[in-house]
Design a protein around this ligand. Structure first.
Ligand SMILES: Nc1ncnc2c1ncn2[C@@H]1O[C@H](COP(=O)(O)OP(=O)(O)OP(=O)(O)O)[C@@H](O)[C@H]1O
Ligand SMILES: [Mg+2]
Length: 173
């Protein structure tokens, strides 16, 4: 079976990164695992800020580098935001006891590749990169890689323009 090509999304600035995260939020369900991949300063936390905003989270979303994990409970679904950068391996991930929360939450893990995939049967990997050689510019490239369950189908909804009628209709404009 061939894996369909994953489109690359150009993200010009932090606001666009937040907007991309926010567009994903309506597709999320309890139990979802999102793994964020990308170098230091790529924009992983900025993406999670958008995700949180889209879930209706009002509490501030900052990098959980030192606390390792933070739970935001004020949105549509609890959002568990993890930074695995300082975790030494899968055993330390187990110590965080995330499984207890996962079934009823959305879990977004920065630096989680190779560490947290076993926590759920499926996940969405958000890969963020900078165009090569550009260490200072704002442009980022994002690939959303579905792994398992219905993630691929859900992402097609993301690609389809929103056809929901404007709440007030064209006549109101
Ligand atoms: N297109 C862009 N998308 C996202 N962030 C951008 C973009 N352009 C510039 N930035 C800036 O890059 C920084 C990204 O920081 P962020 O904390 O989100 O990175 P990170 O990937 O979480 O890093 P770390 O690995 O240290 O946790 C922010 O200061 C943000 O304003
Ligand atoms: Mg971060």
């Amino acid at each position: 079976m061939t894996t369909p090509a994953v489109p690359e999304i150009a993200v010009e600035d932090p606001d666009q990164m937040r907007a991309l995260g926010a567009r994903l939020a309506p597709l999320l369900r309890a139990g979802d695992l999102i793994i964020l991949d990308g170098p230091l300063g790529a924009g992983k936390t900025v993406f999670v800020q958008g995700l949180a905003a889209g879930l209706g989270v009002c509490s501030p979303v900052t990098s959980p580098t030192f606390v390792l994990a933070r739970v935001h409970t004020d949105g549509r679904l609890p959002l568990v935001h993890v930074d695995a950068y300082r975790l030494g391996g899968a055993a330390e991930v187990d110590d965080l006891d995330l499984d207890a929360d996962l079934g009823r939450s959305v879990c977004a893990v920065e630096w989680g590749s190779g560490l947290v995939e076993q926590m759920a049967a499926a996940h969405l990997r958000v890969e963020i990169s900078r165009p090569s050689g550009d260490e200072t510019g704002d442009v980022r490239r994002v690939r959303l890689r579905p792994a398992g369950a219905d993630w691929a189908a859900r992402l097609t909804a993301l690609a389809t323009p929103d056809r929901t009628p404007h709440p007030q209709g064209p006549a109101a404009r």
